[in-house]
Design a binder for this molecule. Structure first.
Ligand code: WTA
Length: 660
């Protein structure tokens, strides 16, 4: 990107003002219709009730759509009953689509499995029986710590089938992170694997579970999927091989209807404090909105599309757009275990070509990485099957949007930028392909049925052309129902900044036509490669190291990952001496980075750790991260007048400029 010509293109694109109106042929076949906006505007609740009846199979119909009498605790479709797994699997088989492929699984080493809806049903029923036989009952929590393999989908659906909320913990999280999540949810059983494949090598998972479970009194059993066949420690009392248990289990299991508001899952996400929040979702509203948005935003035609969401199941995107949404719709999908550059940088495009993928949904960080690798790589593959591209997880810059459409989408596919959160459960802001005229870089407008706004400090709606805070001012079916075990924190975190309305934590602006451009977090949450990380959580991890006295963490902008973790640490007395003796303290920095990986997971490893003598603080002792961000981003340091000691920043800058 360094040569003059590409510099010029880049600056042109930064002023991108092209619009891409829908193609008529696309519009004619599109699932999303312009009328949806009118229907939702006419009567929001009736709109959602219609969607709920049209998209889900109910064991018992509901009589009330929304109960908001105990706001912000919502109840949707509360007296209705249904089973999420039945909706995702059984009903497609009953409708005669048992032979349709649900999952084209592609393992990183090259192994594949094509799993039909009938196969999936057999596995889910057996797994449900295994859970029941292992002592899990309706309401008990199950932790799932698996690689991206079909068993992860089966495990989640088996939990849903028996009404045991799952708590999926991303396989990249450390043993400590797993342990705290198991403890918070008091999980009774853990489902894991011996290991998974990552960058061509098997990496272990079971050992992390062993460590975590040794300190988890709530866990009675561990089910272990055999994936890599590596050696694992075994506890005969506690550990059970998944394949043996499933084989022995009965293939008969009747899905039990659950109340619409029965908890479906807990998913931990980073907040502004050190303690991760267990966001919990319930059954009907969540499932319906995941299915609805997957249909109208991704334009899924289950009978002909091959859809691929390249997220991990450990994040909400995997929950809503690999498991619940597409399976409720009866779609055929690709599920890929590994990284985009193993064994070569064209791996994704090879998969698209091989499976004739028609819809691709991924994060901007992946797109920017592909841009860096060069367009020659995708050019070697036939990508003509692609007809819709989606983006999620962080703002997509206009140049990445254009590249995605031009290079991957052959200059013809709509690109939809979808804004949502773990808390919202499903897509909230996005263009509808075939309906909306697309603006590169903007998430654009609320999906039909959703009401969002951008407000100022006082909570007043801003005029077009202005920025402010992104809020959701009407309840929605897939909204989080709370933070597991902490209703006060739920109210405080989301509903107190602007009383009565949901504050998402993001800043946004409205352009002259009222399109919404999401700018990013306005709190102490970072977004690194589309992964949410808390500055405080990483700070606590650093401070838990015996050599660290104090730490401050900021997210500095990064051309590929969006933001990168930059840490500033003050060492304890004896460690300072040691670092001096070792020169710039290179070993110590490596030690601290590894410590963060151990405490939280490799994704949280700081890109940079700078050892400093002081941190910039206000007179009341609050660290001014804004100034540290200026340093980390190599900018002129902003206003320092509120610092208790304004010379601190000079010291830090001086330290930074020392040759290493
Ligand atoms: C950010 C991921 C800009 C945002 C689905 C949000 C986005 C956080 C977009 C939620 C987007 C997600 N444009 N920013 N299209 N999508 N974000 O819970 O800051 O992992 O608050 O959910 O990601 O992250 P989470």
């Amino acid at each position: 990107m360094a040569d003059a010509a590409s510099e010029e293109t880049l600056s042109n694109l930064l002023h991108e003002d092209r619009e891409f109106p829908p193609d008529q042929a696309f519009t004619e076949q599109a699932v999303g219709k312009a009328e949806l906006y009118d229907q939702a505007a006419a009567d929001r609740e009736t709109f959602w009730a219609d969607q709920a009846r049209a998209r889900l199979a109910w064991s018992k119909d509901f009589t009330q759509t929304l109960d908001w009498s105990e706001a912000p605790f919502a109840k949707w479709f509360a007296d209705g009953q249904l089973n999420a797994a039945y909706n995702c699997v059984d009903r497609h088989v009953e409708a005669g689509n048992g032979d349709r492929v649900a999952l084209h699984f592609v393992g990183e080493p090259g192994d594949t499995q094509d799993i039909t809806y009938a196969d999936l049903l057999d596995r889910v029923k057996r797994a449900a029986n295994v859970l029941l036989e292992s002592g899990v009952s309706k309401g008990d929590r199950v932790a799932i710590y698996l690689p991206m393999i079909p068993e992860a989908v089966v495990a989640m659906l088996a939990c849903a089938r028996i009404g045991a909320p799952h708590s999926v913990v991303f396989g990249g999280f450390s043993s400590d992170a797993l342990r705290t999540r198991i403890a918070d949810a008091e999980a009774k059983l853990v489902i894991t694997a011996d290991g998974g494949y990552r960058r061509g090598k098997p990496s272990g998972l079971k050992s992390a579970v062993d460590e975590a479970v040794a300190q988890s009194p709530s866990v009675g059993k561990v089910l272990v999927v055999r994936r890599t066949e590596q050696d694992v420690e075994w506890d005969d009392q506690r550990d059970v091989w998944w394949h043996e248990a499933l084989e022995a289990a009965s293939p008969e299991h009747e899905a039990e209807p659950m109340d619409a508001e029965h908890p479906l899952f807990i998913l931990y996400t980073s907040g502004t404090t050190g303690k991760p929040k267990g966001i919990f979702h319930t059954t009907a509203g969540y499932l319906m909105q995941a299915a609805y948005t997957n249909a109208v935003v991704h334009d899924v035609h289950p009978e002909k599309d091959v859809y691929w969401c390249a997220a991990d199941i450990g994040w909400v995107t995997g929950h809503s757009y690999i498991v619940y949404g597409p399976l409720a719709n009866g779609a055929t999908q690709v599920m890929y275990e590994g990284t985009p550059d193993t064994p070569h940088q064209g791996r994704w495009w090879e998969i698209v070509q091989q499976h004739q993928v028609s819809i691709l949904y991924c994060a901007p960080t992946a797109i920017r990485t592909f841009m860096k690798w060069g367009k020659e790589i995708p050019a070697k593959f036939d990508l003509s099957s692609l007809r819709v591209l989606g983006s999620v997880g962080e703002p997509i810059n206009p140049e990445a949007w254009i590249w995605y459409r031009e290079v991957i989408g052959g200059g013809k596919t709509p690109v939809v930028d979808t804004w949502w959160q773990t808390e919202t459960g499903a897509i909230m802001i996005s263009a509808l392909p075939g309906v909306t005229s697309l603006k590169p870089g903007a998430a654009q407008l609320a999906v039909p049925g959703i009401s969002v706004d951008v407000v100022d400090e006082q909570g007043r709606s801003v005029e077009n052309g202005h920025g402010g805070y992104l809020v959701i001012d009407q309840p929605w079916p897939s909204m989080l129902r709370g933070i597991w075990g902490d209703p006060e924190r739920f109210k405080e975190t989301y509903w107190s900044r602007f009383p009565g309305i949901y504050f998402a934590g993001d800043g946004a602006k409205k352009d002259d036509q009222g399109n919404i451009w999401v700018l990013g977090r306005v709190d102490d949450v970072m977004n690194v490669s589309g992964h949410r990380l808390s500055t405080t959580e990483i700070e606590s991890a650093l401070v838990s190291h015996p050599k660290v006295a104090e730490a401050a963490v900021v997210g500095a902008s990064d051309a590929t990952t969006g933001q990168a973790v930059c840490a500033f640490v003050i060492l304890r007395g004896d460690a300072v001496q040691e670092a001096d003796e070792e020169g710039e303290g290179g070993d110590l920095v490596a030690e601290l980075r590894n410590h963060v990986a151990k405490e939280i997971g490799a994704i949280a490893k700081p890109r940079q750790i700078m050892v400093v003598a002081e941190l910039p603080k206000t007179r009341s002792g609050k660290i001014m991260r804004r100034l540290l961000r200026d340093v980390a981003e190599n900018r002129e340091v902003g206003d320092v007048t509120t610092l208790a000691d304004s010379s601190v920043m000079d010291l830090i800058k001086e330290g930074m400029s020392k040759p290493s």
